[in-house]
Design a protein around this ligand. Structure first.
Ligand SMILES: [Zn+2]
Ligand SMILES: [Zn+2]
Ligand SMILES: [Zn+2]
Length: 85
């Protein structure tokens, strides 16, 4: 079983964003880790965070892949195939 989503999407340029904009918009400053959408560059919080904005972004847009936005991490998670690459 292979995942085309993670291999066909480009590598995004570095982004200094270090907040979940969706959390900030809701007045919430508590998230655990950040993820970044490879389709549009949207930065959102992970499933360990109370609001799960990365998953919410996928459901709202169907963008398939979020990459870790933590320093030193570059793994990618595909929502469609539910796998880490
Ligand atoms: Zn995939
Ligand atoms: Zn969030
Ligand atoms: Zn997106």
């Amino acid at each position: 079983m292979s995942c085309d989503h993670t291999t066909t999407l480009p590598t995004l340029p570095a982004d200094p964003t270090d907040t979940c904009g969706d959390c900030v918009a809701e007045g919430n400053r508590h998230w655990v880790h950040l993820r970044r959408c490879l389709t549009c560059g949207h930065v959102a919080c992970c499933d360990s965070s109370p609001r799960k904005h990365a998953t919410a972004h996928h459901h709202a847009t169907t963008h398939p892949v979020m990459q870790s936005h933590e320093p030193g991490e570059s793994w990618r998670w595909c929502f469609i195939d539910e796998r880490i690459v």
